[in-house]
Write a new protein. Structure first.
Length: 250
């Protein structure tokens, strides 16, 4: 309710002592007031970040028990949609992929393919201990990838077995804060050659690199591409020192 005390009753016995009330006065009295309520001064970078962090469309990549937590997260108690998140079934309409569960060697090419099909800018949340480090399969299993960050770059790590819905919401809030601080020019200068991408999505295992530490690199046959790449996976493995520890020969 807006009360205007500037207009008074002319036919009242009290003369100019009683104010005249005007209900829902939506008209602006001055031009300056109209500008202050209609114009927002900001930069293109801040406006773009605000639009993207308010409308994240996730691709839910669930492979294990951690994915069950999304059932309660989408419900009315935790209200997954209040942050503007709309789950998508296609990676071409998603800008966020949430990996939940164990990632095996057979599933690694499919995960990389889904990540490649997502448009830029795109983000990754690694959910659960099995996704981050391999979990309970990281010791003796020779078919499990020890961390999804060896395949695709991860923005937010969400530990837990499984993480609670409150923890998932906290990870989304942290990702929103990260998006709010991004610079548009930095996003456009991303070199795709430095990403962990493949073209034919075929992985191969090689001999043990170091028998003392029982480490073995996860390599793919980049040299067999029809389209040659300047940066090979082996070169990136030396620069970043990312190895996949596998069980050595006894």
């Amino acid at each position: 309710m807006v009360v205007n005390f500037t207009n008074y009753l002319s036919d009242n016995n009290l003369g100019n002592k009683l104010p005249k009330r005007i209900m829902n006065d939506i008209q602006f009295s001055s031009l300056d007031k109209m500008f202050t309520n209609s114009i927002i001064l900001t930069t293109f970078n801040d406006f773009s970040n605000w639009a993207r962090l308010s409308s994240l469309w996730p691709l839910l990549y669930g492979t294990s028990c951690c994915f069950i937590e999304f059932a309660s997260l989408i419900g009315s108690r935790f209200d997954f949609d209040r942050y503007g998140l709309v789950p998508r079934s296609s990676p071409r309409q998603a800008d966020l992929i949430i990996t939940a569960g164990t990632v095996t060697m057979k599933m690694a090419p499919s995960l990389v393919r889904l990540y490649e099909q997502m448009p830029e800018p795109k983000y990754v949340i690694a959910m659960g201990a099995c996704t981050i480090t391999g979990g309970m399969f990281s010791t003796d299993s020779y078919t499990t990838v020890r961390g999804v960050d060896k395949l695709i770059p991860v923005d937010v790590y969400l530990p837990g077995c499984p993480p609670k819905p409150e923890a998932i919401i906290d990870a989304i809030i942290k990702l929103r804060k990260k998006i709010a601080q991004e610079i548009y020019n930095d996003r456009t200068k991303i070199d795709q050659g430095e990403r962990y991408f493949t073209l034919n999505h075929q992985f191969a295992l090689f001999s043990i690199v170091n028998e003392e530490k029982s480490n073995q690199q996860l390599l793919n046959n980049f040299l067999q591409f029809e389209e040659t790449s300047k940066i090979t996976f082996a070169k990136m493995g030396k620069e970043t020192e990312i190895f996949v520890p596998l069980r050595g020969k006894e």
